[in-house]
Design a protein around this ligand. Sequence first.
Ligand code: HEC
Ligand code: HEC
Ligand code: HEC
Ligand code: HEC
Ligand code: HEC
Length: 250
Amino acid sequence: MKFFREHSYKVILLLLGVFFTGGSVSYTDAKDTCVECHKDIKFMDKNGVLFEYYSNWINSIHEIEGVTCTDCHGGDPTKSDKENAHKNDFSSLTVTDRFSSQKITERCGKCHKAVLKNFTESKHYKALVKKGTAPNCSTCHGSMNADVYYTSVISRSCKNCHNEYTKNIPDIVGEADKILHRINVAHLYKRWVLIEYHFTEPTKVEEILALYINVAESWHTFDFEELDQKSQVLLRKIRTLVRRGPMAKK
Ligand code: HEC
Ligand code: HEC
Ligand code: HEC
Ligand code: HEC
Ligand code: HEC
């Protein structure tokens, strides 16, 4: 008792400390102030464009995987007022010219390391670093829902720089169309292969998935000679599987 009498204030402080730290930890864990504020439906009327970014993110592959606004934009997601939340390495990632943001490449590449590695080997990356004149991740994937754009949209963006006037390999657009088409078809078949062979031939499924990922990732080198070969092999392998599948026999 003597101990407690002498040290009671310390014990109480200690208990209070545990209580408050415990409380604040769960507060920051549970809440992401970026999302809390940006999801406010009043933005729908007041700032439609702002709200659109939130609605693109919600239910996207990134949201499902727990990638939040801060992962790409920086900022402090524990501060509930805008001024302080929009600090700490905060970046709007605004691209007046969608093709020219090197920052975007760095931010996406934090997580997509294999893609970034391939991309940094390409002439596009060199042009991006030197002059800002090449496509970046968002040119093709948008920002948040990371959809791969339709072939037509992508080749239209290629044509901005690769055309008769610039004389910068105009033929490349047709090449891109061809390869993208193969990747897209493989992308569609891939799901079907997964369902069809998941239990019966898991090693086949793994092989196809690995090959698909390899092609999708090495697309970012823009080495079209190699991609032409690789994408043909991928599609041939997938098609062979699809043809001999039980569904095809019916
Ligand atoms: C209390 C509300 C609030 C919080 C918290 C908040 N924002 Fe914002 N944010 C806004 C508003 C309002 C705008 C619209 C532009 C303006 O008024 O400055 C905005 C704009 C933005 C923009 C567009 C670029 C710009 O500067 O206009 C981005 C990106 C953004 N916020 C990301 C974030 C991130 C990331 C967080 C968390 C770290 C966050 N916001 C936290 C209210 C908030
Ligand atoms: C996967 C990365 C990523 C995530 C997650 C992400 N953003 Fe973005 N955001 C970007 C990129 C890249 C851009 C710029 C390209 C564009 O406008 O499409 C951008 C642009 C924006 C803009 C427009 C900026 C301007 O001034 O034009 C706003 C607003 C915005 N984001 C808000 C948010 C909010 C709010 C969240 C969370 C709910 C969020 N973002 C989550 C990558 C991301
Ligand atoms: C904090 C980590 C993180 C950041 C930053 C990030 N991503 Fe992702 N991204 C993921 C995860 C996790 C997945 C889901 C698993 C996977 O496919 O690798 C994913 C999936 C994707 C996919 C595949 C979508 C699909 O349907 O299969 C694309 C494309 C993508 N991200 C593009 C981007 C782009 C572009 C940026 C920058 C604007 C970005 N990511 C930033 C973690 C991140
Ligand atoms: C010129 C267009 C273009 C650019 C620039 C681009 N991508 Fe891609 N990306 C594609 C295409 C096409 C695919 C493959 C098609 C598909 O998955 O449907 C793809 C696939 C992906 C995938 C999915 C790979 C998988 O495993 O399925 C991720 C993740 C990705 N890109 C991230 C990025 C990141 C990060 C950057 C910037 C460093 C980037 N991309 C730049 C067009 C592009
Ligand atoms: C903003 C301009 C710009 C856009 C958009 C653009 N490119 Fe490029 N591209 C360049 C530049 C600059 C070079 C480098 C030329 C050089 O250094 O010889 C290049 C080079 C290339 C190369 C040659 C790579 C090599 O290693 O020889 C290919 C392939 C290519 N681009 C494909 C594409 C495709 C496909 C698209 C559309 C998805 C596209 N580009 C969109 C500017 C652009």
